[in-house]
Design a protein around this ligand. Structure first.
Ligand code: DGL
Length: 270
């Protein structure tokens, strides 16, 4: 029994870590497409092709269910994969819906009409491709009315994190938060809409100030997966071994992952 966790690079490790903490007996196969990161500057066809190739590789390791722990792939490829590509005995789930359910105080399966929610001014930080897709606003509009979303495409931030350059990453966080605050001076909540960004969560919180609630996806996705597998246990696939796979240089990717998560992580070639 194994579940696949996919990201363009290191960011999905934030989700993998939260799932492993919540379900320690569940084998997880992580796939980082580091050779092709960042996805956030690619077009939708390219993101679709790369994401399908990664999911097929995870099937080989016995993962019938794959979490796209990547907002860019969830925004640009997930719907097309589900509608045109995915066989009936496999599942692919994205990371948007658990976050939006938390923001709008909804539970899974609540399909009631959109309603007023407590939060009115939301700052969204995400990759250029995720911001351009407007997938976050679309999912939000199904559930809530009257929420003003100001989105900031955080160019360069995924590259800095993938390169292990924490100083540049912190400077980019500060400048992207400043740019957003010029358009929305007092957000009530901030959504880290890229799974790389929780690796810089402290820098975001410091730049936004203590009054802004910062939402990130890792724990929300882990809770949602736990719930899903209780309802659909047949989608825990036949794989039995946890491993970390990368399309990049395994030694380099292992070193960066170990640096960011502050525990040893060893990647193998995908
Ligand atoms: N972690 C991916 C996301 O959540 C990063 C995308 C990228 O590679 O630009 O969007």
């Amino acid at each position: 029994m194994a579940v696949g966790v996919f990201d363009s690079g290191l960011g999905g490790l934030t989700v993998q870590q939260a799932i492993a903490a919540r379900m320690p007996d569940l084998p997880l196969v992580y796939f980082g497409d580091n050779a092709h990161a960042p996805y956030g500057v690619r077009d939708a066809d390219d993101i679709f092709a790369l994401t399908c190739a990664a999911v097929e590789r995870l099937w080989q390791d016995g993962c019938d269910l794959v979490i796209l722990a990547c907002n860019t792939a969830s925004a640009a490829a997930l719907r097309r994969m589900q509608e045109t590509w995915l066989p009936a005995d496999k599942r692919v789930l994205g990371v948007f819906v658990p976050l939006i359910e938390a923001l709008t105080e909804r539970h899974w399966g609540d399909n009631s009409p959109p309603r007023e929610v407590a939060v009115k001014h939301v700052a969204l930080f995400a990759t250029p491709a995720t911001v351009a897709s407007r997938a976050f606003q679309r999912e939000l509009a199904f559930r809530a009315v009257g929420v003003d979303v100001e989105a900031q495409p955080c160019g360069g931030l995924v590259d800095a994190i993938e390169d292990g350059d924490e100083i540049l990453a912190e400077a980019l966080v500060r400048s992207h938060v400043e740019a957003l605050k010029r358009r929305m001076p007092h957000p009530q909540a901030a959504v880290l809409g890229c799974t790389h960004y929780p690796l810089m969560a402290k820098a975001f919180q410091d730049a936004l100030g203590p009054d802004v609630s910062v939402f990130s996806q890792a724990d929300l996705v882990a809770a949602s997966l736990d719930d899903y597998l209780k309802r659909r246990p047949e989608f825990v696939g036949p794989g039995t071994v946890s491993r970390f796979l990368t399309t990049g240089d395994p030694a380099r990717v292992s070193a960066k992952a170990t640096q960011f998560l502050r525990r040893p992580i060893v990647f193998e070639p995908a």
